[in-house]
Write a protein that binds this ligand. Structure first.
Ligand code: SF4
Ligand code: SF4
Length: 189
């Protein structure tokens, strides 16, 4: 077996570099100095991030005194790119006439795009601030009405944000009859 000769372009190490200790101490000194600096990372999950209203977390259904605003029109399900939403409409005696007897979001499919919130005519589905949840199996990842319904008071920040950001021309461009729009959430405020 022949002796492997050094490559011509190989970096030459000085005596102190060959010892390695100076470089090790340099690294340790660097780490030591950073121990006294202000941390920029967060000790999650003990500490949580304070999120603004613009954050798009888990989509939830807005409820008024326990009842969903949703009128089961199906727009959110049609516009959901990964087909994460499924629902079954039923009739009700309420003024809104329809409600979702079943409403499910598969959180393994959801990509937090916010399209469902964007298209909903009732502001009945909104992106909450919730981001730290998990599931043990695929069934557990399907959120039904029991987990989706959240009182509007708890979602006020997001609802206010949406009113500010969406539909700036609502009612300004053409006249409309309020009676024709009585299902809209705008008549409930
Ligand atoms: S956020 Fe996007 S992916 Fe998730 S349920 Fe809504 S439309 Fe579907
Ligand atoms: S778009 Fe809104 S009102 Fe229509 S089914 Fe979805 S959540 Fe309900």
């Amino acid at each position: 077996m022949g002796i492997i000769s050094a490559r011509k372009d190989e970096r030459k190490l000085s005596f102190s570099q060959k010892l390695y200790f100076p470089e090790i101490f340099k690294g340790m000194w660097f780490t030591f100095r950073h121990m006294f600096r202000k941390t920029v990372t967060l000790e999650y999950p003990e500490k949580k991030v304070i999120l603004g209203a613009e954050f798009r977390g888990r989509p939830v259904l807005v409820a008024e005194s326990g009842k969903e605003r949703c009128v089961a029109c199906g727009l959110c399900a049609r516009s959901c790119p990964p087909l994460a939403i499924s629902m079954q409409a039923a009739e009700t005696e309420d003024v809104k006439e329809r409600y979702p007897a079943v409403f499910e979001i598969d959180m393994l499919r959801c990509i937090y795009c916010g399209y469902c919130e964007e298209v909903c005519p009732e502001e009945a589905i909104v992106m909450s601030k919730e981001y730290d949840f998990n599931f043990r199996d695929r069934k557990d990842a399907i959120h039904g009405k029991d987990r989706l319904l959240v009182e509007s008071s708890a979602l006020k920040e997001r609802l206010d944000f949406l009113r500010k950001m969406k539909n700036k021309n609502f009612g300004k461009v053409f006249n409309f009859l309020t009676g024709n729009n009585r299902h809209s959430v705008r008549d409930r405020v």
